[in-house]
Design a protein around this ligand. Structure first.
Ligand SMILES: NC(=O)c1ccc[n+]([C@@H]2O[C@H](COP(=O)([O-])OP(=O)(O)OC[C@H]3O[C@@H](n4cnc5c(N)ncnc54)[C@H](O)[C@@H]3O)[C@@H](O)[C@H]2O)c1
Length: 469
């Protein structure tokens, strides 16, 4: 089947957002547990609001910064597009006022002027000048995550970084090591781990509720397929050279930049790294795979990109094997828009984006707001008191700020973010090479394939290196 995915309208995007907000009907025993679990510690006083900065003020960056304003104070924003930078500052100043009002906070913390948000175009300058900054929120495109995260941690800042944590597998190891060396807290923005319904499913699977786990299927929205595109003059508001950063220099093409950067290999990996960083993360959590990964990967391209257009494979099927013998398939569906909302009615038996766990005694299917099982008893029966339970976080941002205080590992600490996105990168590399690859998850190396081995890292455009700060 060949599809050309065009950009969904704002209306479709809003429809998707509403669907996500309507949460799944959790079984009552689990809902009671969630309600009894401690809410994240509320900020204690005005001077106990850590100063935070947002780098990358697009849609997601602003979203997570607004969440963070419940626990901290945004004092600076940075963006290489002056329109997003200034719009982000104004937006966040307004949301800070609203949050302060709602939480009955009157004075700003840290002796700062009320509502003042400093604006920057270069995160290095921001790190130099914002002396009392405690943490950064990183909402830049994927090819910028690691450089900014490393720079911030080396400057003593904690980090909340959007998923996918990295652009390459090799970057992930750097992030894990730097977080350890600098003793910084880093939360990866794979927020499904802080959503009770995903935790419930992983606990049920791990405790044998569907019998012996045999198969996991992660279903991701198909990516965009469009082009060829024309280059255009760079808009005055945008520093294109700085937006490109470590990626190869190319002429400005609007489709390469905001939002649709995720469908270009130079900056991301397509939906396998975008949605894959959510659903493949849950696959690993449910399988109980920590600090490891698959032993083989075989990607099949179902639809080819258009020459001169988006470069990431839009529709695909990737098969993984693991030492535990579970078969994992990661494949696309055209039933979802790229934002995960409904694109068309599903055929009987067809599933939209989500994760399916299949055991020898039943199955469970989960996606945001939807929870189904082969037998309702699978979900309804409470877990026994001796069951294996998982890390509890019911608020991804709150969990980060709890850990900023306690110095404990957040739910999506760097090794989690790195291992989950490694599954996605492995799939992406196999799709590009068009062959089955063997992977050594302990040493994080391909076995017997030099070409694949070279794709574990990428060449950086000068002057960008991981040691810029
Ligand atoms: N957790 C989630 O559910 C979720 C949802 C959406 C997006 N995301 C992730 O968030 C990130 C951003 O996605 P988006 O859709 O908001 O993208 P976007 O293109 O709307 O925003 C990115 C912003 O970063 C800016 N930027 C680029 N390079 C920069 C640099 N060096 N310094 C400062 N600013 C820079 C861009 O100008 C732009 O304003 C992506 O990694 C994406 O995968 C996560």
């Amino acid at each position: 089947m060949t599809t050309t995915r065009s950009f969904p309208s704002r209306r479709t995007m809003l429809k998707g957002a509403t669907a996500v907000a309507a949460s799944a009907a959790l079984p009552s025993w689990f809902l009671e547990e969630v309600m009894a679990q401690d809410a994240p510690a509320a900020p204690r006083s005005q001077n106990d609001l850590p100063a935070i900065a947002l780098v990358g003020c697009g849609g997601r960056g602003r979203g997570v910064a607004k969440e963070a304003q419940r626990f901290g104070r945004v004092v600076a924003v940075c963006d290489v597009d002056s329109s997003n930078r200034d719009g982000g500052a104004a937006d966040l100043a307004a949301s800070q006022r609203e949050t302060d009002q709602k939480l009955n906070r009157v004075a700003p913390g840290s002796g700062r002027q009320p509502g003042k948000i400093n604006t920057y175009s270069d995160f290095r300058k921001m790190l130099d000048e914002e002396k009392d900054l405690h943490a950064i929120f990183n909402g830049t495109p994927d090819h910028w995550h690691t450089l900014i995260n490393l720079a911030a941690m080396k400057r003593g800042k904690d980090v909340y970084s959007e998923k996918p944590l990295t652009l390459t597998i090799e970057e992930g190891r750097r992030v894990v090591n730097t977080a350890k060396e600098t003793k910084r807290v880093l939360q990866t923005g794979s927020q499904q781990r802080s959503d009770g319904q995903f935790r419930l499913v992983c606990e049920l699977v791990r405790n044998g509720r569907i019998g012996k786990l045999q198969k996991v299927t992660t279903i991701l929205p198909a990516g965009m397929r469009d082009g060829p595109f024309q280059s255009r003059p760079v808009p005055e508001r945008l520093n294109w050279d700085m937006w490109l950063g470590q990626a190869p220099m190319v002429e400005y093409v609007p489709q390469r930049a905001h939002v649709t950067f995720r469908f270009w290999y130079d900056y991301s990996g397509g939906t396998i790294t975008d949605w894959g960083a959510h659903h493949n993360d849950i696959a690993l959590w449910g399988m109980g795979i920590e600090g490891s990964g698959p032993t083989s990967v075989e990607g099949k391209r179902l639809v080819e990109p258009i020459p001169g257009g988006y470069t990431a494979v839009p529709e695909y099927e990737v098969k993984y094997t693991y030492a535990n013998g579970v078969e994992h398939t990661c494949r696309t569906t055209t039933a979802d828009t790229i934002f995960g909302s409904e694109a068309r009615k599903t055929e009987p038996g067809e599933r939209r984006n989500g994760v399916v766990f299949e055991g020898d005694k039943g199955w469970i299917y989960v996606r945001r707001g939807v929870l189904e099982a082969s037998d309702p008893a699978i979900l309804k029966e409470p877990l026994p008191s001796n069951a294996q339970r998982l890390y509890v976080s019911n608020d991804h941002s709150g969990n980060f700020f709890d850990c900023v205080r306690s110095r404990k590992d957040p739910i999506c600490h760097p090794e989690v973010g790195h291992r989950s996105v490694s599954v996605c990168h492995l799939g992406s590399i196999s799709l590009r090479l068009g062959r089955k690859l063997r992977w050594d998850p302990q040493n994080e190396q391909f076995v017997g394939d030099d070409e694949a081995s070279r794709m574990v890292a990428r060449e950086q455009r000068k002057p960008w290196t991981y040691d810029i700060v």
